[in-house]
Write a protein that binds this ligand. Structure first.
Ligand SMILES: [Zn+2]
Length: 270
């Protein structure tokens, strides 16, 4: 159990609470309801963010890093369009993909640095860090927060794309004041913001689908990745939702394609 909880703590988590005295949280409080209720128009000419489904993944850290950057830029472009349409200034999100054995500054870690198991957004830094080693494990379907192997059978590039889109969703939540980085001022339970982020990952997947950049099997990889990181630790404050809840949240977003379709997930209590 300790191993599972330890994994959950680093896995696809918006890390809250390590800096309860965080004074850098000056994110403007904007309501999610201010986001547009229509799908942004498709942007032709977008580069394909996903490739190599079913393969074992990029053969070098540099290739993995460029794939991750392509996905992140696509996700950022999607949310940038949504914010533009809402006449909000675009989110500021720093990213780092440290190579195996390397690290990046990360205030949400006790050491202040990331490690090879980091895949998270840190509100205090306004930064997403996904280590290349962790990215490879996500791509390979080796990251699991439950023992339910009836869920989550496929993995591949879109498993990783889902993870990056999920972390970016936390950055957008932070920008909108949905999460603050301080449990005393965050209005929603962890499970609610996690399922909401899964739903917003699905929203981005919808935009990728509409622009024709998904390959067969990609959406299933996203759904299965959500299942793999679902957990049954109902008594843990870091409970992120069951596999079924996380799959349903991603699928809700994917089917709807509109950010506000995920609002109801913020009402999730357990
Ligand atoms: Zn999360």
């Amino acid at each position: 159990m300790a191993l599972v909880l330890g994994l959950m703590a680093v896995l696809l988590v918006v890390v809250v609470g390590f800096r309860a005295d965080d004074a850098s949280d000056d994110a403007p409080r904007r309501e999610v309801a201010s986001l547009p209720r229509t799908k942004p128009s498709a942007k032709p000419g977008r580069t394909t963010p996903t490739s190599k489904s079913g393969s074992s993944g990029p053969s070098s850290s540099r290739e993995m890093s460029s794939f991750m950057s392509a996905v992140e830029q696509d996700v950022a472009g999607y949310w940038g369009g949504v914010f533009d349409e809402a006449r909000l200034s675009r989110p500021h999100v720093a990213v780092a993909w440290p190579a195996p054995g390397d690290s990046s500054s990360f205030s949400c870690s006790r050491t202040g640095r990331s490690d090879d198991s980091t895949a998270a957004y840190c509100p205090a830094d306004r930064k997403i860090v996904v280590s290349i080693a962790m990215a490879q494990r996500i791509w390979d379907g080796e990251v699991r927060a439950n023992h339910d192997d009836t869920e989550g059978r496929t993995a591949g590039d879109f498993s990783l794309a889902y993870a990056i889109a999920h972390e970016y969703a936390h950055a957008v939540q932070h920008e909108l004041g949905i999460v603050t980085g301080d449990p005393r001022t965050t209005r929603y339970p962890v499970v609610a913001t996690e399922l909401h982020a899964d739903c917003w990952a699905g929203i981005w997947a919808n935009s990728a689908y509409r622009e024709g950049v998904l390959e067969p099997g990609d959406v299933q990889e996203g759904i299965d990745a959500a299942a793999m990181v679902g957990d049954y630790a109902f008594d843990d404050v870091q409970h992120h939702g069951t596999p079924a809840q996380r799959m349903a949240a991603f699928t809700t977003g994917y089917r709807a394609g509109v950010a506000t379709a995920c609002d109801s997930l913020l009402g999730t209590n357990a």
